[in-house]
Design a protein around this ligand. Sequence first.
Ligand code: ADP
Ligand code: ADP
Ligand code: ZN
Length: 218
Amino acid sequence: MRLLFFGPPGAGKGTQAKIVAKEFNVEHISTGDILREAVNKGTDLGEKVKSIMERGELVPDEIMNELVKQKLEEVNSFILDGYPRTLEQAKFLDAVLKQIKKEIDAAVLIDVPEDEIVKRISNRRVCPNCGKVYNLITLKPKNDEKCDNCGTKIVQRDDDKENVVRERYRIYRKNTEPVIEYYRKNNKIVTVNGVQDVEEVTKELFNMLRRFRNNDNN
Ligand code: ADP
Ligand code: ADP
Ligand code: ZN
């Protein structure tokens, strides 16, 4: 099974992609997670992208394309979460998949309106140690503000500050919505209603994705 996950910042892509990847036994490739890890470790890539991410802007296509190409050569079944975000990236992805003779089964759009997005993102917290994602209203850690996995104090992402969120949303509308239209033309888009409890969204996704379960799972 090979999927793309789309949706505005804070829609629940990461939350759902992790659950689906586990259930269907495929690799979860989150470009945001990969970049944040590079920034945390202070690698060359991290140095290059740090300030871009802090401003909520997009990392250049050449960097993203090279990074994803490498990943795709290592795995067979996957969920791509956060890529492609520009038409340029979508066209590059098409070419890579053609080259390695693989196809996308579906592009999942998690549909959530702007006011809900703002609410979710302002309450999003992450564990700086293991990356687990929480929400102060809907998905609280069991103990105060400490990570359930590792006990580290959870924090707000630098790019989850209000003015940066607004910029990310603007970029999503301008650059990534055309990508969704691109996949709509290929009949690849399936939409789920993201304004439901996490479990309800997951249920809708599982039902929808069952038909792809055994596509090339080796
Ligand atoms: P969110 O989960 O809020 O949608 P992500 O974690 O996917 O955000 O991405 C965080 C940041 O990483 C983006 O604002 C952007 O700077 C960078 N980034 C991630 N994926 C891409 C991509 N495919 N192209 C360009 N920049 C990206
Ligand atoms: P994305 O990867 O699309 O940016 P996340 O998966 O990080 O989004 O979710 C954004 C925030 O909303 C997080 O704080 C997460 O815990 C919370 N969240 C995710 N899905 C739901 C949901 N269905 N209902 C309420 N809150 C949610
Ligand atoms: Zn943790």
